[in-house]
Design a protein around this ligand. Structure first.
Ligand SMILES: C[S@@+](CC[C@H](N)C(=O)[O-])C[C@H]1O[C@@H](n2cnc3c(N)ncnc32)[C@H](O)[C@@H]1O
Length: 239
């Protein structure tokens, strides 16, 4: 099992740290694709997306390796409608198929090797019913903003929170480092490793798994994906 970077402390503060993120456009998009079928969320976390999606009448199943994140989800109203499996979404096999499988909020990057990302696509393809789709929301690697020779980019600088991304360009790796100010004035550090991944590389992983690109947008409202897009929403379907 991969290392769990979403332990008790992260899980306890997760909802507060994501409370300003819009949820409705994501849920609208996913509900439309699920139609009258069921959906599988990889890295379901505390149910930020899964709970409102299941409120729309979509049966949702979720996989996550963090017991602490799943405990937060299980404590919420409506969680009893969601079937949960604790495991690694790169290779956890469930005994059923889905109309839709989705992986939002850069979570594909939590798989820190190409092999694991490829395995994830293969696992997902095996879980799709005919005509089913796999959706990923992920950032476009920010390398255009990394000056030559530099390896660190700040993304948050305020009195309570300092955040830096560090890059290992040769290994296509990055890590996000957070420093949170504590009530006693000290700073607490946490670092999460990622593997950044290009849209074309994801398409190749999809092709290896028997999927083909159906749509690519720069946001959940279906704005066009362009050279300036900082993230993409991609939809692959069984070919
Ligand atoms: C950034 S959070 C996203 C949670 C939720 N999808 C959301 O949008 O709020 C990433 C989640 O993926 C889970 N995760 C990361 N790597 C995983 C893996 N290999 N297998 C299963 N879950 C994983 C983490 O435990 C965490 O709950």
């Amino acid at each position: 099992m991969p290392e769990d970077h979403f332990g008790e402390q992260v899980a306890a503060g997760y909802d507060e740290s994501t409370e300003t993120m819009p949820v409705e456009p994501t849920v609208d998009f996913l509900a439309e694709l699920a139609g009258d079928g069921a959906a599988l969320e990889l890295g379901i976390g505390t149910g930020r997306i899964a709970l409102p999606l299941s409120e729309r009448g979509v049966p949702v199943h979720g996989i996550d390796l963090s017991a602490a994140m799943l405990a937060q989800l299980r404590a919420k109203p409506g969680a009893d409608r969601i079937v949960l499996t604790e495991g690694d979404f790169a290779d956890t096999r469930l005994d059923r198929t889905f109309r839709l499988s989705y992986l939002v909020f850069n979570t594909i990057m939590n798989l820190t090797s190409q092999d694991a990302q490829v395995a994830c696509f293969r696992t997902m393809a095996a879980h799709l019913e005919p005509g089913g789709c796999f959706v990923i929301e992920v950032m476009v690697p920010d390398l255009q903003r990394l000056p030559p020779g530099e390896t660190v980019r700040p993304f948050q600088l305020d009195a309570e929170h300092l955040g830096f991304d560090s890059y290992d360009v040769a290994g296509q790796g990055m890590a996000s480092h957070h420093f949170f100010r504590q009530p006693d004035g000290s700073w607490q550090r946490s670092s999460i490793p990622f593997r950044y991944v290009w849209p074309a590389e994801l398409d190749l992983m999809a092709a290896l798994a028997g999927l083909r690109l159906r749509e690519r947008w720069s946001d959940w409202q279906r704005s066009p994906f362009t050279s300036d897009s900082r993230q993409h929403i991609s939809v692959w379907e069984l070919s």
